[in-house]
Design a protein around this ligand. Sequence first.
Ligand code: GTP
Ligand code: MG
Length: 337
Amino acid sequence: RIQRRHIQCRRDIDFFAPNLIAIFESLVPADEEIAKQRQLINSLNKLISREWPHARLHLYGSCANSFGVSNSDIDVCLSIDDKELGKAEILLKLAEILEAGNLQNVQALTRARVPIVKMMDPETGLSCDICINNLLAVVNTKLLKDYAMIDPRLRQLAFIVKHWAKSRRVNETYQGTLSSYAYVIMCIHFLQNRRPAILPCLQAMEATYVVRVDNIDCAFFDDVDKLHAFGARNRESISRLLWAFFHYWAYQHDYTADVVSIRTGTLISKHSKDWTRRIGNDRHLICIEDPFETSHDLGRVVDKFTIKILREEFERAANILQYDSNPSVTLFEPYVP
Ligand code: GTP
Ligand code: MG
């Protein structure tokens, strides 16, 4: 069912850019909230260093990659090199330390796919999930944050796409739709491929940041202050980009052949990755390559039912942006089963 429709964008598309910017601004967390998050990390670091002097906490995910909306839970990673304890034991001990430190609702989920300790800080009211040694997530958080500093349209686009995905209930990996992380990668890929390009491919440039994590070499250009004029030759408004993003995923993307890859900055073939057939539970119906764990398809959670739901939602969004008289309202109408 590949339809390569190349329709023209409506003439008045730029008129609702200000509405979209207003929606973006309403979603961005206030500075006080960011300050609270740092404060919580500092006090947790103090608590933990008494027990484990060499352990460190890192913020990752949307509270650190600059794609977080206000009031989201914060994601924290404990980096620790304890040869004696297994992951589950570290989590249980961590839970003890947190309880003794007066944090509330402390729960160790040692059997989850990603084992974590959950807790709530009564002082700041923030809830957070702490995982152990997930340093790749810390590195991909930095990559996303660096991309966000190059052109403001990335954050605008990704916030709006995430807001749409949450409203339409297609941001639920447990239900077979895509993670926020996957949507941000889709936005980066899209902006890398506008002509003129709005974003470069940081992993294809001379590396200024190099780390090796879990036997994976992570290397990219991170001197992004030098790149803030990169996208200036492209003057497309946020509403035009949003339209083109949904139009691409509704009518132009070749789901049978292509993989989105921000690592290379282009589309690569499913064939080259051997992602043409189902292997185990990985169906590869929409393929989004992780920038560092390249064998990892962020679309692997999507199955033959949810791919239909996703594509219908992309089409709905594209059609609203094309024809609706008040698209910035209709687009985000909550999904009602
Ligand atoms: P919200 O919580 O929805 O605002 O977004 P988020 O950016 O925190 O996204 P999410 O909860 O999907 O993921 C949190 C972080 O975990 C991401 O920013 C990534 O750093 C990491 N992550 C999530 N999914 C994957 C994955 O499949 N592979 C890898 N390597 N990292 C992932
Ligand atoms: Mg998160």
